[in-house]
Design a protein around this ligand. Structure first.
Ligand code: FES
Length: 336
């Protein structure tokens, strides 16, 4: 992410992606559930009833809509159920055509093209967990709390939303009693993160997903905690600031596997140029949030502008998100 000093390193047993599962597949909508005001949940199954790729809490899939848009939705079902995937989709008031298409056009029995799963937000094991969810940000967190419960960890969830009626999956959280704090804003006001997260502890990890103001407040609350405490997932890219908002220069990319050398002009991305040259490359969001276009860097120093990599990953410079990130120098060598 463009500014995530507290995002935790990836656990060794929690890979970012599962490249073998990136083939596009068409699934059927087995159930379409009104999960809350403005939120529909889709249960997807393979048409032949076969198993779907395995996933872990925090994973998302790409949904390739028939209007040409690609959207990422977190999996929120049970990872042990290999026969079905479940997602939750909030109807965005200012939808750019993704969530409104899902709400208006996708019904039970609809065919839906998907890719994945991919995990840029893994649940890292810990003795104590604090989960923070805002609105539809509950979707990845839901699978995390169920996994933490199954692992016998000590955990608490703070879940905020506009109103109780707008908050999805309250029924699945009900069995956990006072481990879950349901805090609709019209009843409780803003979330009390200070009281929930408390003072720094070395044995506790925090995972958060929700709107940008909530994530920024959570980052601030964890500022004095040990590095790597906080893992977050954003819905949208962080707006560039400072050096990242500076004008871009052109640079050269050398693609070792395809034997091409291309120039990336200031107003185009590496992905644009590589795609135009006919070099096969995976991508989805094109805005630095999904992780699909992550590419190995063999030489040169990337100018990271994404919302996915943590500080350690940025510092090593071993990979970059080519849809948004650029080069600090005149030349990059990529494994493409
Ligand atoms: S395509 Fe999503 S991060 Fe690059």
């Amino acid at each position: 992410m463009t500014s995530q000093p507290l995002q935790a390193p990836r656990a060794p047993d929690a890979p970012r992606s599962f490249p073998a599962d990136h083939e596009e597949v068409t699934l059927l909508v087995d159930a379409r559930i009104d999960a809350a005001d403005g939120v529909v949940s889709l249960v997807l199954r393979h048409p032949n009833g076969g198993p779907l790729p395995a996933w872990a809490p925090g994973a998302h899939i790409d949904v390739l809509l028939d209007n040409g848009l690609i959207r990422q939705y977190s999996l929120c079902g049970n990872p042990a159920d290999r026969a079905a995937w479940q997602i939750g989709v909030l109807l965005e008031p200012e939808s750019r055509g993704g969530s409104s298409y899902v709400h208006d056009r996708i019904r039970e029995g609809s065919a839906v093209r998907v890719r994945g799963p991919r995990n840029t937000f893994p649940l890292r094991p810990a003795q104590h967990h604090r989960f923070v969810a805002g609105g539809v940000g509950i979707t990845p967190i839901l699978a995390m709390v169920e996994a933490a419960e199954a692992a016998g960890a000590d955990w608490r969830l703070l879940y905020g939303g506009r109103t109780r009626a707008s908050m999805a999956f309250l029924d699945r959280l009900a069995p956990y009693g006072d481990r879950v704090l349901i805090r609709p804003q019209d009843e409780y006001g803003l979330l009390d993160l200070a009281a929930f997260i408390g003072p720094p502890r070395a044995d506790t990890l925090v995972h958060a997903c929700g709107p940008e103001p909530l994530l920024r407040a959570t980052q601030k609350q964890c500022a004095d905690w040990p590095a790597g405490t906080l893992g977050i997932e954003r819905f949208a890219p962080v707006r560039p600031t400072g050096a990242e908002a500076a004008p871009s220069a052109s640079f050269e990319v050398v693609l070792t596997r395809s034997g091409r050398t291309l120039t990336v002009p200031p107003d185009r991305s590496v992905l644009d140029v590589v795609e135009e040259a006919g070099v096969p490359v995976l991508f989805s969001c094109r805005e630095g949030t999904c992780g699909t276009c992550e590419t190995d860097v063999l030489e040169g120093t990337p100018d990271h502008r994404d919302s996915v990599l943590d500080e350690d990953e940025r510092a090593t410079g071993e990979t970059m998100l080519i849809c948004v990130s650029r080069s600090c120098g005149p030349r990059l060598v990529l494994d493409l």
